[in-house]
Design a protein around this ligand. Structure first.
Ligand code: SAM
Ligand code: SF4
Length: 448
């Protein structure tokens, strides 16, 4: 008798947080696709709702709880399975099951490959699957190149986890030790993506420039750049202490490595950096920063700042402003310090005068000041692009705007194009004359 194929089921994925989570969500959908699931953009149609979470700041956890509250109605109406993966799952484990009684299962980042089995198991019991895979046995989920067909850009996982001990950060607790993906696997994935039309590859990992999967990170970048069809290579995110001379050299010599570097500094004050356990001084950071700028003139350097870290005095904060003015970062992501469980800073806050808590209203006011300075610098930088002709990789249509397309410059600046699909098809690298500069993006026309 012929086997009856299982009825197709639908999965809706809600992703919180960083590119690592975006990539994990894509792998989950591809894996479930091999088990008769298809992705739906509508949670009300789903048989399974997956929430892939972030716990880097407390706010991210609150967002998870309010999203779960919204999805509860779908469970009541049609028995939808509700599952939480990612960093909050790893942090909270079965405490999350106890806290959210209508949740079916919880799974940590190392358990993605078991997802099809977990879905079947959820019919019988509620559970938390949050064990770790031994580093030497760790298998990186492989991207399905077919899912990337029609896309111009793709993320490729190069490593996972983090061996640093920054005192504010929960990542080592939720993502475990660093494991680098074997070089051949990365190269094969990039080549398969290039074959289906992907032109820009971004290598990702919590601390990607400490990569050690058979070669160093600079060598990996060069090898990816050499793959036929790959026009642009990017990476994120990096720790300043792994900004090696070899990596700076790759920026000097390899034109396919794009002139954009996200190099989180966190603070412009040495005593704060010391308490953060960042293992560099502002001077050492700027030294590497200047070498990078000299190796690749025009490189766009972006960063992260935390304000209101325990013990941050007004003069410490002002040093962050000074650093911002000195470095003129292309952009920065800045956050109010959020105490996280299992971190050194959360344990020490209030234990000594230099670990005193910064009142929230002080921290929020500092954040606003820092962001105002960044907005001015960013808009001055973007205004400096007016009239230039730059190379743009076209990514697609601008939603809701007939006859307008968008893409990015080599420096990762978003450009809106007055052009139709025939003039600017996805994947095309076009010379674009910049005609307008906005707060966060540029507009332009395709140059003759
Ligand atoms: N690996 C990167 C590095 O070394 O800088 C950072 C990755 S972390 C996932 C992204 C950013 O979140 C950090 O650079 C930091 O600015 C911010 N962040 C991390 N923990 C935080 C906390 N407890 N409170 C506020 N911001 C935090
Ligand atoms: Fe967190 Fe980055 Fe520090 Fe690792 S290097 S602990 S991911 S901030």
């Amino acid at each position: 008798m012929a086997e009856i194929a299982p009825a197709p089921r639908k999965v809706f994925v809600h992703t919180f947080g960083c590119q690592m989570n975006e990539a994990d969500s894509a792998r989950m959908v591809e894996l479930l696709g091999r088990h008769a699931f298809s992705r739906t953009p509508y949670p009300e149609d789903a048989d399974l709702i997956l929430l892939n979470t972030c716990s880097i700041r407390e706010k991210a956890e609150h967002k998870l709880l309010s999203a779960l509250g919204r999805y509860r109605a779908h469970k009541a109406r049609r028995g939808t399975l509700l599952a939480v993966g990612g960093c909050v799952a790893q942090q909270e484990k079965d405490r999350l099951l106890a806290r959210v009684p209508y949740l079916d299962f919880v799974f940590g980042p190392d358990n993605i490959s078991k997802l099809p089995d977990m879905v079947e198991r959820a019919a019988r019991e509620r559970f938390a699957e949050t064990g770790w895979m031994a580093s030497e046995e760790y298998l990186f989920p492989r991207a399905d190149p077919e899912a990337a067909r029609g896309h111009t850009t793709a993320f490729v996982t190069a490593m996972k986890g983090c061996d640093n001990v920054c005192s504010f950060c929960i990542v080592p607790h939720t993502r475990g030790r660093e494991v680098s993906r074997p070089r051949q696997e990365i190269l094969a994935e990039c080549a398969a993506l290039a074959e289906v039309g992907v032109r820009e590859v971004t290598l990702i990992g919590q601390n990607v420039n400490s990569y050690a999967g058979g070669c160093d990170f600079a060598a990996l970048l060069r090898e990816v750049a050499a793959i036929p069809g790959v026009a642009r290579v990017r990476f994120t995110t990096s720790h300043p202490h792994d900004l090696s001379d070899a990596l700076i050299e790759a920026f000097r010599c390899e034109p396919k490595v794009m002139p954009h570097f996200h190099l989180p500094v966190q603070s412009g004050s040495d005593p704060v950096l010391l308490r953060m356990r960042r293992d560099y001084t502002v001077e050492a950071y700027l030294k590497r920063f200047d070498l990078l700028r000299a190796a690749r003139p025009g490189i766009a350097i972006t960063t992260d700042f935390i304000v209101g870290f325990p013990g941050e005095a007004e003069e410490d904060f002002e040093r962050s402003l000074l650093l911002l003015e000195r470095a003129r970062f292309d952009n920065s992501f800045s956050f109010v310090y959020s105490p996280r469980p299992h971190t050194g800073a959360a344990r020490r806050v209030g234990s000594a005068p230099d670990w005193s808590e910064v009142p929230r209203e002080v921290a929020v006011a500092r954040l606003e000041r820092l962001q105002a300075v960044q907005r001015r610098i960013s808009s001055e930088t973007l205004a400096g692009e007016l009239g230039k002709t730059v190379e743009v990789l076209v990514e697609g249509a601008l939603e809701g705007e007939e006859g307008r397309r968008f893409g990015r410059t080599a420096e990762n600046r978003v450009v809106h194009l007055d052009a139709d699909i025939a003039r600017a098809p996805a994947g095309a690298l076009l010379p674009v004359r910049i005609t307008r500069a906005h707060a966060n993006s540029l507009s332009g026309v395709v140059a003759a």
